[in-house]
Design a protein around this ligand. Structure first.
Ligand code: PLP
Length: 398
């Protein structure tokens, strides 16, 4: 009996890698106890939200105690929230953004879906550098789109500009970049992004319909050693930024993100009207009201990210001790090291699991031969995992 569509059946089969890690974590915890498992599989921020969120929540009690205090709102979000966010993003992106160029979405995930719904037709392609956030393929597939990954350079994960250009054809609708990158931790330079924009300008002129440059930036706040995360909007007319407060305000469960469009984009008004509509008809209707209010109260602040700096140093020393090759991530709370020895990424992840260490194989991000570690656990688990990494790497090399 056909219970679900063949496409969803296929999606279920393809999402099994992360699901397997999730199930492995439950099994291991049941067997050995929660403290015995070093779980680096999930990118779920474990920080305390900043004080502005807690204070904002207190202030809300007075604000919602009125008719409609928690009622519907315009689909694009509260007008004052959009206005303040536009002011903030105008400074960040060095562009004259106004509230009409910003809509508040249900996280970055909701934003990407609203955007794809507005611009993708069946068979349209979304080109993106690999490794990439695994959900992108599902999001494009929701609207008949096809994700077309292009491998970044091995080890340092720079954009393969020639490869990206070669992947573009008359079906290409979106170039999707994510910097700082999940899972590689790479931050694309202004030079790389300028070259990419030049490619897109040429391709848009050649094919006669806009190829959008979508920059997914939930980790913009988490770039190390003073590295600059370049603004995307000044580089290319058909550009958009999707951002999120899930990670910087530790607000992932409240589902607040945004789409900001280049104010100089030809046809920007129609695109914004379309995004407001798709946000509604996808059933999100609007981003949660409490989340929007909290975001406004905390805009410009962030959770104390110093823990990620310490965890990054510690994980680097653990991997070095184990003789595992890695590039120090320039941003994000992920590491994406190379699998040691002659085993596959899934085999190595299984070896780590035997050491009660959970990681995700690079194949799950379109990049076999590597594995992802998410540093969203207490630092002591990184110390605890040291002997396990050393033992698994030794086995992989044997
Ligand atoms: N994009 C990337 C690259 C992510 O890593 C994530 C979450 O982990 C998202 C989008 C979704 O974020 P949000 O919680 O804002 O929907």
């Amino acid at each position: 009996m056909q219970m679900v569509t063949p496409q969803i059946e296929n999606f279920l089969a393809n999402s099994s890698m992360i699901r397997r890690m999730f199930e492995a974590a439950i099994e291991l915890r049941k067997k050995y106890g929660a403290d015995a498992v070093c779980d680096f599989s999930l990118g779920n921020p474990d920080l305390v939200p900043p004080p502005a969120i807690v204070n904002g929540l207190r202030d809300l009690v007075g604000q919602v105690e009125r008719p409609g205090g928690l009622g519907y709102m315009p689909n694009a979000g509260y007008p004052d929230v959009r206005e303040k966010l536009a002011e903030y993003l105008a400074r960040e992106q060095q562009m004259p953004l106004q509230s009409e160029h910003v809509i508040i979405t249900c996280g970055a995930a909701g934003g990407i879906n609203a955007f794809f719904r507005a611009v993708l037709e069946a068979g349209d392609e979304v080109v993106c550098p690999a490794p990439y956030f695994v959900e992108y393929g599902f999001y494009a597939g929701n609207y008949g789109g096809v994700l077309k990954p292009v491998k970044s350079t091995p080890g340092d994960f720079r954009l393969d500009l020639a490869g990206l250009e070669a992947a573009i054809n008359d079906k290409t609708r979106v170039m999707l970049v994510n910097s700082p990158n999940n899972p590689s931790g790479a931050v694309y330079s202004a030079d790389e992004l300028q070259q990419l924009s030049a490619i897109l300008n040429r391709a848009t002129a050649k094919y006669g319909r806009p190829i959008y440059l979508l920059s997914d930036e939930p980790y913009r706040f988490l770039a190390f050693d003073g590295i600059d995360v370049p603004a995307i909007l000044p580089l290319y007319p058909y550009s958009l930024v999707i951002g999120s407060f899930s990670k910087n305000l530790a607000l992932a469960g409240e589902r607040v993100g945004y789409i900001a469009t280049n104010p100089t984009m030809p046809g920007v008004q129609q695109l914004m009207a379309a995004l407001t509509l798709t946000n509604r008809i996808l059933g999100y209707v609007n981003a949660p009201c409490i989340g929007q209010r909290l975001m406004l109260a905390a805009l410009g602040t962030q959770a104390d990210a110093s823990a990620y700096v310490r965890r990054r140093q510690k994980m680097a020393s653990v991997l070095s001790d184990a003789g595992i090759d890695y590039t120090l991530p320039a941003g994000t709370f992920y590491f994406f090291p190379k699998v040691p020895g002659n085993v596959t990424d899934t085999e190595f992840v299984a070896m780590l699991t035997e050491e009660r260490i959970l990681a995700v194989p690079g194949s799950g991000f379109g990049y076999p031969g590597y594995f992802r570690l998410a540093l969203c656990v207490d630092e002591r688990f990184i110390d605890q995992a040291r002997p396990g990494f050393i033992a698994a790497a030794k086995r992989a090399r044997a």
